[in-house]
Design a protein around this ligand. Structure first.
Ligand code: EG2
Ligand code: ZN
Length: 261
C-alpha cells in the first residue's frame, strides 16, 4: 500500500511530530507553495550570492541532519539583494531527505514533494551582534531552499558525499576546508519568497525564506549516501537518518511572492 500523509508523519522522527506549530505561531515553516497563488513582485531584486570557499570549516552530524559549517566571523561569504534589506552571512548548510524518493523535502510545490531539500542558512550580522540573537528576530535569518530531484550525477555534491562515512554517527565532525556551496545552487535566478520560521526547534519565526524554483539533479547513489547516516551515536542501537523533515504548516495570513512571471 502506498504511504499516506498520516502514515508518513508517524514514520517521522519524534521531534517533527510535535509541536506541529508553536502556540500562537502565525508564520511557521515549511509550507506548500501553490504556484498559481504566488504573487509576482516586480520590485524583488535578483539575489546576489558571494561565497568564499575558504570559509568552509567542517562537516558535523548533529543528530538531525549533517551540517557544513562556515567561518561567519567576517563578511567573506554573504548574500544580498532579493527580498533582503541587509546582507546576510553564511553560517551553515544542511539537507532534509526521505527514506524513499517519493518524499523528503520540507517545502512542496503544488503539493509535490522532492526527494530532498538543501537549506543554506544566513544571518543578519549588519543588525545583530550574534547568530543566537538573530535567531530570535523577525528579520534575523535568511535561508535559501534548493530542491533536489533524482537525475544526473552531481559532481559538486560528490565531494561532500565522499566525506559522509566519516560523520555516520551523531556528534561526529570531520574537517572540510574548501567547498563552494554556490555549486549547489541552480543558475536560474527564479525564486519564491515568504516570511517563515526555523523548521526544527527552537522553531523561531525569524526566517526570510528564498526558495529556488529550479531543482538541482543528484543521482540515486548520492541520495542513498544521505540515508546511510545515523540519528544515533556510536554504540547506540542504529537508527537510520531518514525522514528528517517537518510536516507542512498552515499558510495563515501570508502571501508567497515570486521573482518571476
Ligand atoms: N543551542 C543553544 C542556543 O541555540 C540558539 C538557537 O540555535 C538555533 C539552532 N538551530 C538552527 O540554527 C537552525 C537553522 C536552520 C534551520 S532550517 N531547517 O529551518 O533551515 C533550523 C534550525
Ligand atoms: Zn533545514
Amino acid at each position: 500500500a502506498t504511504c499516506t500523509h498520516k502514515d508518513r508523519n508517524d514514520a517521522l522522527h519524534p521531534l517533527w511530530q510535535s509541536p506541529l506549530s508553536i502556540p500562537g505561531g502565525s508564520r511557521q515553516s515549511p509550507i506548500n507553495i501553490q504556484w498559481r497563488d504566488s504573487i509576482y513582485d516586480p520590485f524583488l531584486k535578483p539575489l546576489k550570492i558571494c561565497y568564499d570557499p575558504t570559509t568552509c570549516l567542517h562537516i558535523w552530524n548533529n543528530g538531525y541532519s549533517f551540517l557544513v559549517e562556515f567561518d561567519d566571523s567576517t563578511d567573506k561569504s554573504i548574500i544580498v539583494g532579493g527580498p533582503l534589506e541587509n546582507q546576510y552571512r553564511l553560517k551553515q548548510f544542511h539537507f532534509h531527505w526521505g527514506a524513499i524518493n517519493e518524499w523528503g523535502s520540507e517545502h512542496t510545490v503544488d503539493s509535490k514533494f522532492y526527494p530532498a531539500e538543501l537549506h543554506l542558512v544566513h544571518w543578519n550580522a549588519v543588525v545583530y551582534p550574534t547568530f543566537e540573537e538573530a535567531v530570535m528576530e523577525g528579520n534575523g535569518l535568511a535561508v535559501i531552499g534548493v530542491f533536489l530531484k533524482l537525475g544526473a550525477h552531481h559532481e559538486g555534491l560528490q565531494t561532500l558525499v565522499d566525506a559522509l562515512p566519516a560523520v555516520k554517527h551523531k556528534d561526529t565532525v570531520i574537517e572540510f576546508d574548501v567547498f563552494d556551496p554556490s555549486c549547489l545552487i541552480p543558475s536560474c535566478p527564479d525564486y519564491w519568497t515568504y516570511a517563515g520560521s526555523l523548521t526544527t526547534p527552537p522553531l523561531t519565526e525569524s526566517v526570510t525564506w528564498i526558495i529556488k524554483k529550479k531543482p538541482i539533479e543528484v543521482d540515486e547513489n548520492q541520495l542513498e549516501a544521505f540515508r546511510m547516516l545515523l540519528f544515533t551515536s556510536d554504540g547506540e542501537e542504529e537508527k537510520r537518518m531518514v525522514d528528517n523533515f517537518r510536516p507542512l504548516q498552515p499558510l495563515m495570513n501570508r502571501t508567497v511572492r515570486s521573482s518571476f512571471q
